[in-house]
Design a protein around this ligand. Structure first.
Ligand code: ADP
Ligand code: G3P
Length: 500
């Protein structure tokens, strides 16, 4: 009974990991799956792909490690957030592709809701922006476009969920329709102060409450799996959105501690303690985690394109054959030669929140090369992060003494050095890069009482490498000023109605 299994359902891949009682990784299995871009600005996943890749990974990692389901003390689930699914309660069948967090099809709907004056109420109750990023307008779109869905939803025949709910539904053979408070806090429908769904927002956004899952703690047992899925009933003991889980996995337990995850997007999350802090710089206020006596809120800066820029250089432009190749290409030039890439491919998130911004490559000259574009791509990831750190400072957060980092693109040493230079504070890469899965494992470990508290987790956290700032501040200021000029040029570009 000494093992924990985590399911980490990410934007581009599903992963499963087995941890032992000391928090050591015993095995990992990963499967990429297909991204669908049916129209400009749209991003979809096949709900069956999500299930199949995730459950395959779970079975694979158990087989590889020789750990049986009966030896699992608990399961921790962590997931790409906001991505929205609608399914039939009777059959568990999804009625449409999942609308992914990056999808912009509801930009015009958000615009209309803003025009009705809804934004201040949304911000006050949910801590979020009225942006297509979040779940509720995606769900409303599904209800309006899947034939008969609205009437069936009103009749209680359908269920909505973010990816955690979808996984739990199928892990429990349809017995449990739940989401945890961190995922709920990304829907636009959850009052983060009262800790419950908000009837007024549901009405304003056209969401029948009968669709919504029951909200549970992030830490604690909420049910157990159907033995048919993994071979034995296993307690589901932790659930959290992937960025909250990564914050937990980075042991950012004290207020003021922050981490940045460089995955598909980049997500800077700062623990603000047991009370929500309101941002005046368009950062999000979100639930960190709750359960077993712990409560944390967080300020978050969300960037839609992080490592995904590197994927685009690989798949869209063919400039590199693998993500890792970008480092050598970008390092072959001392700077970007004046080239700036604003990766507003799916609009801009914090602190701009411009659903109509689009990708902009500017400053090209006859001397510009693929290497300059590669360097501009890495700089863009780092410059977006600097904007978030500045916004946090503006919100009264104490200046960061260091930034803890993780995620796939954090493996890139050049990117990490550029980040430290531009931030002017050390960037510390944790030994464990899979902090999302680790965070979910820790939550599950606390949830089943295998671990006593966060002190144990803090003691286990280790840095792998520290990147010290090495560039003069004046040069960094000049780069930021040029970046902001380019951002201005990217804004408000898409004018066509992409709602379809
Ligand atoms: N060496 C690298 N340099 C820059 N980006 C990288 C590197 N390795 C992976 N990436 C990027 O990291 C992302 C994958 O990170 P991951 O944490 O697995 O993302 P997610 O959880 O969002 O699926 C991809 O977008 C990929 O392009
Ligand atoms: O799958 P990731 O790691 O890119 O994370 C996605 C975020 O949860 C979206 O908010």
């Amino acid at each position: 009974m000494g093992y924990l299994l985590t399911l980490d359902q990410g934007t581009t891949s599903s992963r499963a990991m087995v941890f032992d009682a000391e928090g050591r990784v015993r095995g990992v299995a990963q499967r990429e799956y297909v991204q669908h871009y049916p129209r400009p600005g749209w991003v979809e996943h096949d709900p069956q792909d999500i299930l199949a890749t995730q459950f395959d990974c779970a079975r694979q990692v158990l087989a590889d490690t020789g750990v049986t389901a009966a030896e699992l003390a608990g399961i921790g689930i962590t997931n790409q957030r906001e991505t929205s699914l609608l399914w039939e309660r009777a059959s568990g069948r999804a009625l449409a592709p999942a609308i992914v967090w990056q999808d912009r099809r509801t930009a015009a709907a958000c615009e209309r809701l803003r025009a009705q004056g809804l934004a201040p109420l949304v911000r006050e109750r949910t801590g979020l922006e009225l942006d297509p990023y979040f779940s509720a307008t995606k769900l409303a779109w599904l209800l309006d476009h899947v034939p008969g869905a609205r009437a069936r939803a009103e009749a209680g025949e359908l269920a909505f969920g973010t990816v955690d709910s979808w996984l739990v539904w199928h892990l429990t053979g349809g017995r449990l329709h739940v989401t945890d408070c961190s995922n709920a806090s990304r829907t636009l429908l959850y009052d983060i102060h009262r800790g419950d769904w908000d009837a007024e927002l549901c009405a304003a956004l056209g969401i029948p409450p009968a669709l919504l899952p029951h909200v549970v703690d992030s830490i604690g047992v909420c049910g157990e799996t159907d033995p048919a899925v993994l071979g034995a009933a296993v307690p589901i003991a932790g659930i959290a959105g992937d960025q909250q889980a990564a914050t937990f996995g980075q042991a950012c337990f004290a207020p003021g501690m922050a981490k940045n995850t460089y995955g598909t997007g980049c997500f800077l999350v700062m623990n603000t303690g047991s009370r929500p802090v309101t941002s005046s710089h368009r950062l999000l206020t979100t639930v960190g985690w709750r359960g077993r006596g712990l409560v944390a809120y967080a300020l978050e800066g969300s960037i839609f394109m992080g490592g995904a820029i590197v994927q685009w250089l690989r798949d869209g432009l063919g400039l590199i054959r693998s993500a890792a190749e970008i480092e050598a290409l970008a390092a072959s030039v001392p700077d970007s030669g004046g080239v700036v890439l604003v990766p507003a491919f799916t609009g801009l998130g914090a602190p701009w929140w411009d659903a109509y911004a689009r990708g902009t490559l500017i400053g090209l000259t006859r001397g510009s090369t693929a290497a300059h574009v590669a360097r501009a791509a890495l700089e863009a990831i780092a410059l977006q992060t600097v904007d978030l750190v500045e916004a946090m400072k503006g919100d009264g957060a104490a200046p960061l003494t260091e930034l803890r980092v993780d995620g796939g693109a954090a493996a890139n040493d050049l990117l990490m050095q550029i980040q430290a230079d531009l931030l002017g504070v050390p960037v510390v890469r944790s030994r464990m890069l899979e902090t999302t899965a680790l965070g979910a494992a820790c939550m599950a470990g606390l949830g089943v009482g295998m671990w006593s508290g966060t002190d144990e987790l803090t003691a286990r956290w280790q840095a792998e490498r520290r990147f010290e700032p090495a560039q003069p501040a004046a040069r960094c200021e000049a780069l930021r000023a040029r970046w902001h000029r380019a951002v201005e040029r990217s804004r408000g570009w898409a004018e066509e109605d992409e709602e379809g």
